[in-house]
Design a protein around this ligand. Structure first.
Ligand code: SF4
Length: 474
């Protein structure tokens, strides 16, 4: 790769959402439940192939978390991306299936690498990261819905985790049996609720085109994800089913027992899905990059999303957006950003999810272009002590190209949008309390916060209690 010029940012889309994502890969380990029908086992982390770029990088470093973080920080800085606000993403199968000692060491090594200093233990490493040069502003893990109970949630809170991606794939027990998932829809419902009532952002991995599905059934199931309050994910990764070398599904394919969707079927289905997604959900990714040498059958076009998103934008006319999902509306992803109206207003969407009340608060312009968002939850049943009598802020995100901490600019970070959203959330809680004749029902607001954002909340009057930033209400 040629070295970029002094102010040229390589692959600028990587940091358009305001933070710098940094993926770290776990060492290979088979999932405890067995192997799903479509999942390849290729002596690398379960479900991945040896030629995937992230896996190749990790293999070269012997899956050492410390070295992986250091190497990615170096690569980002060579590409001229800011590296002060890092979103750590731990990938490679079911993180919570690994021995607890391994999990803890892996997370501590990540913080140590960000801090550029080894700490004696995880708490010290987290503490140091609060004011480090490379701060962990979010930490995401992937797990199965049946490996996500109260104990696991308490543990990942201690790791500084803020987002969990659940392998959901479908919400149908018959399909689960067919593809050997080893869990049920009830596990999905329970994990979603426990996570949301503890403040986590919840992402689902969805897999259209599994054996036994048709495009009509997939679409029906997809509608249910958002019509049924027991699901309603905050984020989605949509990875259509592909036949990958080394998976049991490969045999099914050669025996003509299974055929994946073709490009036309898939494109049509994905566009219809995209139109269903409500404003509170972000589609993180569509299509999984499988190196051609490992793809036996299935759509190979990794850029399918950009292809149809361009078509949607071109046909919808100037500034009229009919797709509501978050990523499509983010300010950083708009064309002609300089000409976009920056007059921002607050929009609130209230909805029921996992038995709690969600307030999705957005800072948008008149064309629904998104500058920032906040997720406020009145939980149903909390099991974490610090959350007793609390309303929870599950996410605060200000969009725009990442700007280094301490610097300001025209972009939407650091021009007070975050503060505006926080004030609105506090007002909503105050109003709810005033409605209650017997006195204040909610005594405090608790924010699940990446370790590296704690300083920000301190300035707004929040204090660290357990793993949350908490403000008592007067
Ligand atoms: S749970 Fe995920 S990683 Fe494990 S076997 Fe199934 S698809 Fe593969």
């Amino acid at each position: 790769m040629l070295k970029p010029k002094p102010h040229e940012i390589r692959k600028p889309s990587k940091t358009l959402s305001g933070v710098t994502p940094l993926a770290v890969v776990l060492k290979p380990k088979a999932c405890n439940h067995g192997i799903c029908l479509y999942c390849p086992s290729l002596h690398v982390p379960q479900s991945y192939t040896p030629k995937s770029p992230a896996i190749m990088r990790a293999m070269m470093l012997d899956y050492n978390a410390y070295k992986q973080v250091k190497a990615r920080l170096r690569a980002y800085s060579v590409m001229n991306h800011p590296t002060d606000k890092i979103e750590l993403i731990i990938m490679g199968g079911t993180f919570l299936d690994y021995p607890i000692k391994y999990q803890e060491k892996f997370v501590k090594d990540c913080y140590d690498a960000l801090n550029n200093k080894k700490s004696r233990n995880l708490s010290e490493a987290k503490k140091k990261n609060e004011t480090a040069k490379h701060r962990c502003v979010a930490l995401c893990i992937e797990t199965r819905p049946d490996v996500c109970g109260k104990q696991e949630i308490q543990r990942i809170l201690n790791y500084g985790c803020t987002r969990v991606e659940l392998g959901v794939q479908a919400i149908d027990n018959k399909i689960y049996e067919k593809v050997k998932r080893g869990h049920t829809v009830k596990d999905v419902i329970d994990a979603t609720k426990l996570l949301k009532d503890s403040g986590f952002k919840v992402g689902y991995h969805i897999m259209p085109g599994l054996p036994g599905m048709t495009t009509a059934k997939d679409l029906k199931m997809f509608r249910k994800l958002f019509n049924d309050q027991r699901f309603k994910p905050d984020q989605l990764k949509i990875y259509p089913c592909q036949v990958i070398r080394g998976a049991e599904l490969e045999k099914w394919y050669w025996q003509e027992k299974y055929k994946p969707y073709n490009k036309q079927e898939l494109k049509k289905l994905l566009i219809r899905m995209l139109k269903i997604i409500p404003n509170y959900c972000r589609v993180m990714r569509i299509m999984r990059e499988i190196p051609p040498a490992y793809l036996i059958a299935g759509v190979i076009n990794i850029d399918l999303r950009s292809e149809f998103e361009k078509e949607i934008r071109d046909t919808e006319g100037k500034n009229k957006i009919k797709i509501n999902e978050i990523r499509f509306r983010e300010i950083g992803r708009q064309k002609n950003k300089e000409n976009i109206d920056r007059k921002v207003k607050i929009k609130i969407t209230k909805y029921k999810a996992s038995e709690g009340e969600e307030y999705f608060i957005e800072a948008v312009n008149k064309n629904k272009i998104l500058f920032g968002l906040l997720r406020l939850r009145f939980p149903d049943k909390v099991f974490i002590d610090e959350l007793k009598d609390a309303v929870i802020i599950r996410e605060l995100h200000v969009y725009g190209k990442a700007i280094e901490i301490g610097k300001s600019g025209k972009q939407s970070q650091h021009i007070g949008i975050g503060k505006m959203l926080m004030q609105k959330a506090e007002k909503i809680v105050e109003k709810e309390n005033n409605k209650n004749k017997q006195g204040k029902k909610f005594q405090k607001i608790a924010v699940i916060s990446g370790v590296g954002v704690r300083e920000y909340y301190k300035k707004l009057g929040y204090k660290l209690k357990g793993n949350y930033m908490v403000k008592r209400l007067n």
